[in-house]
Design a protein around this ligand. Structure first.
Ligand code: HPA
Length: 291
């Protein structure tokens, strides 16, 4: 009885389930699966809604379904293939995740950020996030790309709540959550490939509802440029681990109330696909330039 109770508590505890030890287990499994071809990645990339096409640019990929990775639940949101790829992009070793875990699926913040712990355990020094987002800045329209310079966490959750994981900072500094040098590299990459890249503040909300027009006006007054339902917990964990983070939002729609149009997930996916070529060229060039 005691053993059973312990096991249950152990498994149900996010600190144990999605922490450093679980990340090591997942990383060991991935390394073993890839075998002797595994090379330490220059970065780990998470591909947002509609942006999974970058996975096709990864050469010699070893694809691992999320369902085969210890600690990963099956991704549920439409448009997320739910697989991890190990291979090369611009001849540099990378690990990419097509799909992510959102809190609106019922996942804990620690689980939403767990893939970043796994990327860290695989040796990635840089975390590259991408997402679909609604444009709050009035001049933004569908198809714009925005480098995130800062974020506002309105998810009212933090993935670091609980015991301090080995290797984590207890009180991570968030003065520069998105690495200035990497942002500069992203700007240079955008110029090289001829892609317009805006910069702005991302706000993470829980979802799954899109915002009301009143919420969008509030966000505008708070200094938000783009709004979405991901990325924030991931970047918090990246910073706690000392990884350098950079992130790109693909503006898939004007936020609610800024046009007469209604929002739909299908529209978000379609806009993601429309900007995919620019996004892929940008990230490929960025990876080429990474130290
Ligand atoms: N709001 C929140 N998340 C989103 C949006 C939006 O308008 N578009 C794509 N993801």
């Amino acid at each position: 009885m005691t053993g059973r109770a312990f096991e249950t508590a152990d498994f149900a505890s996010p600190e144990v389930g999605y922490g450093a030890a679980a990340a090591r287990t997942a990383a060991d499994h991935i390394r073993q699966h890839v075998g002797s071809d595994f090379a330490t990645p220059v970065c780990g990339i998470v591909l947002g809604s509609g942006l999974g096409g970058l996975a096709e640019r990864i050469a010699n990929p070893v694809r691992i379904p999320f369902s085969h990775i210890p600690g990963f639940p099956v991704a549920t949101v439409a448009g997320h293939a739910g697989q991890l790829l190990v291979g090369t992009l611009a001849k540099r070793p990378v690990v990419a995740l097509a799909g992510r875990f959102h809190m609106y699926e019922g996942h804990d913040a620690a689980l939403a950020a767990f893939p970043v712990r796994v990327l860290h355990a695989l040796g990635a020094p840089v975390y590259v996030a991408s997402n679909a987002a609604g444009g709050v800045r009035r001049t933004f329209s569908a198809g714009d790309l925005m480098c995130i310079v800062d974020h506002i966490n309105l998810m009212y959750r933090n993935p670091l709540i609980g015991g301090v994981e080995p290797g984590d900072e207890r009180f991570p500094d968030m003065s520069d959550p998105y690495d200035p040098a990497l942002r500069a590299l992203l700007r240079e990459s955008a110029a090289t490939v001829g892609v317009a890249l805006h910069e702005g503040v991302y706000c993470g909300l829980l979802g799954p509802t899109y915002e009301t027009p009143a919420e969008v006006r509030m966000l505008e007054r708070l200094g938000v440029d783009a709004v979405g339902m991901s990325t924030v917990p991931e970047v918090i964990v990246a910073r706690a681990l000392g990884m350098r983070a950079v992130a790109v939002s693909c503006i898939t729609n004007k936020a609610a109330g800024l046009t007469a149009e209604r929002l739909s997930h299908a529209e978000v996916m379609e806009a993601g696909r429309a900007v995919a070529a620019d996004f892929e060229a940008l990230i490929t060039e960025f990876v080429r330039r990474l130290p």
